[in-house]
Design a protein around this ligand. Structure first.
Ligand SMILES: Cc1cc2nc3c(=O)[nH]c(=O)nc-3n(C[C@H](O)[C@H](O)[C@H](O)COP(=O)(O)O)c2cc1C
Length: 185
């Protein structure tokens, strides 16, 4: 029997995106965003409260990075979602992350996070979301397989469960897209 559980923002799987920005003085900031994702093959969109330091920074620098939280960095990834750069300017120091500047956009890369999209700001959508265009993806070689492709089993991205507030890990490969369905053709 199916039950109606109402209008809940329970969407599966939700990513754990870490949005990296600089302020006008070059101070790095990061925030955790679960309401975001791929908009086109080269664009990303996320929902952000306009009071966040991150939003103000994006307005200034017109750039940001999107890294994918991983199991190894769960604690600092959650931390940057709890504390604001508005009142904790040394937030990134406290996170323990090593900052380097993107070669492509005016935004920070956090070296401990192995996979990062480097993006230029496009616009704020009608709904107030931030839309960005991909300029480069950088990845630590420790998460690449022998073909130079990012391996989710090596980098272990986190999944956020909005219903329970748990962080989960991905459990491994079960099949191939565009192949499995052929069994029913
Ligand atoms: C799991 C998780 C998911 C979050 N998702 C979002 C989100 O999608 N959009 C948003 O505006 N804030 C989200 N937040 C809250 C921000 O990350 C948080 O308010 C942060 O302190 C903002 O930092 P800033 O002011 O330095 O930019 C999330 C926090 C957590 C822990």
């Amino acid at each position: 029997m199916r039950k109606n559980i109402g209008k809940k923002p329970w969407f599966y799987p939700l990513p754990v995106l870490i949005i990296g920005t600089y302020d006008e003085n070059g101070v790095p900031d990061a925030m955790n965003a679960a309401y975001g994702g791929l908009y086109t093959s080269s664009m990303v969109e996320f929902s952000i409260s306009h009071g966040h330091k991150t939003f103000k920074n994006i307005q200034q620098t017109k750039a940001f990075t999107v890294s994918f939280a991983d199991v190894e960095n769960m604690t600092p990834c959650d931390y940057v979602g709890l504390v604001s750069g508005n009142d904790t300017p040394d937030k990134i120091e406290k996170s323990g992350w090593t900052v380097s500047r993107s070669e492509f956009v005016n935004a920070p890369i956090f070296e401990e996070l192995p996979v990062t999209w480097e993006c230029e700001f496009v616009r704020v959508t009608e709904e107030g979301n931030v839309l960005g265009r991909l300029v480069n993806v950088s990845a630590n070689s420790r998460v690449l397989n022998e073909d130079g492709v990012i391996s989710m089993e090596k980098f272990k991205p986190l999944v956020f469960d909005h219903a329970t507030y748990d962080y989960l890990k991905v459990d491994g490969v079960v099949g191939k897209a565009f192949e499995e369905g052929k069994k029913l053709k």
